[in-house]
Write a protein that binds this ligand. Sequence first.
Ligand code: ADP
Ligand code: MG
Ligand code: MG
Length: 531
Amino acid sequence: MVANSALIKAREGGGSKGRSCKWREMLRFPHISQCMDLAAAIERDYYSLCVKQPIGKKLFQLFCWSRPDLQSYISLQDALDVFETKSDEQRKDFGTSIIQRFLTRQSNQCVSFAMKHEQSCIHNLELDPCADVFRDCREDLDKYLSGEPFTQYMESMFFDRFLQWKMVERQPITKQAFRQYRLLGKGGFGEVWACQVRATGMMYACKKLEKTHVKKRRGETMALNEKQLLEDLDSRFVVSLAYAYETKHALCMVLTMMSGGDLRYHIYNIGEPGLDKERVRFYAAEVCCGLMHLHQKSILYRDMKPENILLDDNGHIRISDLGLAVRLSEKGLVRGRVGTLGYMAPEVISNESYGMSADWWGLGCLIYEMTAGQPPLRARGEHPKASEMERRIQTEQEEYSDKFSRMVKELCCLLLTKDPKQRLGCQGSNGKEVQSHPFFRNINFRMLEAGLVDPPFKPNPRQVYCSDVQDIDEFSTVKGVVLDQTDTSFYSKFNTGSVPIAWQNEIIETGCFKELNVFNPDGSRTPDLDW
Ligand code: ADP
Ligand code: MG
Ligand code: MG
């Protein structure tokens, strides 16, 4: 109880209230002379420096604002970003206003090279406001900005400031950087704790892997695999990795805080087993987007099950636990009986080579379990022997109670097709064919991907959606395991500190960027943008 109220208080505190009183010191910029090695080593890549990295993008925008001749370009970029956050109904009007402001000769904000896109953009907008109306225009804009403006930016004080931020980002991370709150859950190699970054007040979940457990069970490759896959991802439907560091006893991954609990908890621990249809539809649709994002990066997830799908405090889901995920080679196939029995696809069990099909089977299991309140081919609480479970998965037809509407039953049947070649999701257009199933007819996937659809259920901010601390078994170090030099070299691969995009987002979201990014009196002017 005490642990819960401390966590709830910290969550509510959030933002600046959760910051340590020494936060400015913790994030203090080094003198620019200390950034010279970094300046020499950094890759001069416009896309990485000014588009992908959030602080980089802000500083590049500030630079453009300081140059009257570039202001309308950056306003256009800004407007195009805002366009993507508009609902379907608002897109037409907002799109029209962009055209009138920036693409029309008479306007005083007109961007010269964009004028040639005026007619085609008007046409695109008329045809379908939800399509990628301004694509050509945006490409030209990026081409322009990545030329001279980018070169001049690299010579400016704004880029110096970027280097300073990068140096702060690259500070070594230890457990002193965090406050720890209650235990949230337990996994195979250790525990997951709620934590808060002292410097910014940001809440995260820290997944700790006990070094002795990892070693005893040869989990090194798996741990490193999970960490390396996560640091390369950036999707609203997959947990983000913000930091990776080590302590004397553990390897720690600091992940997006998902305070709404896992789907297993929601299916079984709140009222009757199962979820209502709108929640099933919404979670299934978001998981589908998450899988598509992973698949686009050639990552096969392989561990779909309710306890690995987590809810955030607004009720959106993210896929978590990438310990079993793999990056597929060119051929797109892999072997290995990997996953959680009960959720493994027939082709995985029979030890054939398989590809993304295994995840579409997994989605079928998930939709089935959310609807029925029990997993397919097995009663709740029943634990058949492995061989029996394998037999059922390969040969038995799952049963559908009257909890299944015709539509959701049809979708489950298509995803739980034994032959991967016949399965929905494996017919050549991947996730698109799943999204096109009539069950998802009233889901607007464009808006869903942009985070613009309200979840059907919002977790209660005053409730903690996981078992009591006492009910989660203790984790202790394994005796008799000695850590040596080879372990140390593996730890150093793991221990890479802050992950750039996640860290920069944290600095911006918590308001630290705005408060710290003022320029010295000699640095001409303090940009006065309202961020
Ligand atoms: P393992 O790989 O050992 O299965 P998981 O990553 O699945 O470990 O984490 C174990 C449990 O911890 C999850 O089922 C969930 O309850 C909790 N958990 C994991 N990640 C988070 C997170 N980001 N936010 C909140 N709780 C989490
Ligand atoms: Mg797990
Ligand atoms: Mg795992």
